[in-house]
Design a protein around this ligand. Structure first.
Ligand SMILES: Nc1ncnc2c1ncn2[C@@H]1O[C@H](COP(=O)(O)OP(=O)(O)O)[C@@H](O)[C@H]1O
Ligand SMILES: [Mg+2]
Length: 145
């Protein structure tokens, strides 16, 4: 299914609705060009997980972990232009199998082999300066009906 967000707030709201349905253990791959809205969407996921405080792009630190509702954690990774994830591959391997963590990954190509078969892929495009499209699996249709 394809949704359209006309503002940043709308995009975050879509993320928040999705994350409100999360139980823990979800692994989400965010696909799209620079500026497509992946990090903004992650801020929305954080809202839906009741993360307190600001979610910052992990571009330089590669990973950030936030405490979320119900004893869950949000782990946010960004492997943009990383040649060799090194020891992070082992860390990620553990994190994606932790039932109390929701793992969100931007630019996951280099670690694609570590993603469980059950991971969710969400794609973003920027048809104009102020609009973004979000493509989600049809299994989430009811959440946005
Ligand atoms: N409708 C929209 N939804 C989300 N972001 C938007 C929208 N319109 C413009 N933007 C801008 O697009 C940029 C998205 O950046 P970001 O979320 O960091 O992208 P990415 O992580 O994919 O590189 C932000 O500067 C944001 O203000
Ligand atoms: Mg980003």
């Amino acid at each position: 299914m394809i949704l359209e967000a006309k503002t940043e707030t709308e995009l975050k709201r879509i993320g928040a609705i999705l994350a409100a349905s999360f139980k823990g253990g979800e692994v989400v791959q965010l696909i799209g060009d620079v500026g497509a809205g992946k990090t903004t969407f992650t801020k929305g996921l954080a809202l839906g997980l009741s993360v307190k405080g600001d979610v910052q792009s992990p571009s330089f630190t590669i990973s950030r972990v936030y405490d979320a509702r119900d004893g869950l954690q949000l782990a946010h990774y960004d492997f943009y232009r990383l040649q060799d994830p090194g020891i992070l591959t082992a860390e990620l391997q553990e994190v994606v199998h932790d039932p109390t963590t929701i793992t969100v990954i931007e630019w996951a190509d280099i670690v694609e082999g570590v993603l469980p078969d059950t991971h969710v892929s969400i794609s973003f495009t920027a048809p104009s300066e102020t609009t973004r499209t979000i493509t989600l699996p049809d299994s989430y249709k009811e959440l946005f009906a």
